[in-house]
Write a protein that binds this ligand. Structure first.
Ligand code: ATP
Length: 139
């Protein structure tokens, strides 16, 4: 069993955190919005209302003990980048960040983030490959 944190509990963060729980892990869910936290309060190991752009707030959450952290703030570029920078400054290396667009990706890459996730693009490729599969089979 491993311990993960998911920052930003929109659709992507919620799905990721619930699947991590389903796979038998412990998960800390973090969001600024109590409405995002509320549906997950009984489903995740811990939930906390905190602003991930605030380094002091993050430091209080003992994130160094996590096996991996997912930054699932896609829309707010500033919040995603500040949160990621805070994690890097805290010496956390196992970080997965959702990127909203190519500029977001480029900056994350410059920050040294190895795991940059594009859910829509990656899902689009998977759907196309699934659709293409019968054609491959008929050769
Ligand atoms: P979705 O996964 O639903 O497509 P999205 O990519 O559009 O989400 P957002 O809606 O911008 O991403 O953010 C996802 C979640 O991140 C929201 O619940 C939002 O409240 C939370 N969030 C935004 N800024 C912060 C922050 N500074 N600290 C913690 N959580 C934040």
């Amino acid at each position: 069993m491993a311990y993960f944190a998911v920052i930003g509990l929109g659709r992507f963060g919620t799905t990721t955190s619930r699947e991590l729980m389903h796979l038998g892990n412990e998960v800390l869910g973090i969001d600024t919005d109590p409405r995002a936290i509320e549906p997950l309060a009984d489903r995740l190991t811990h939930t906390v209302i905190a602003d991930a752009t605030d380094e002091r707030a993050l430091k209080e959450l003992n994130l160094q003990s996590c096996d991996g952290i997912v930054v699932a703030i896609g829309e707010d570029l500033r919040a995603s980048l500040l949160c990621t920078l805070n994690l890097i400054n805290m010496g956390i290396t196992s970080v997965w960040v959702k990127a909203g667009d190519s500029s977001h990706h480029a900056i994350l890459s410059k920050l040294g983030v190895k795991n940059i996730v594009h859910p829509e693009e990656e899902m689009g490729i998977r759907v196309a490959q699934s659709l293409n599969y019968p054609m491959v089979n008929s050769y």
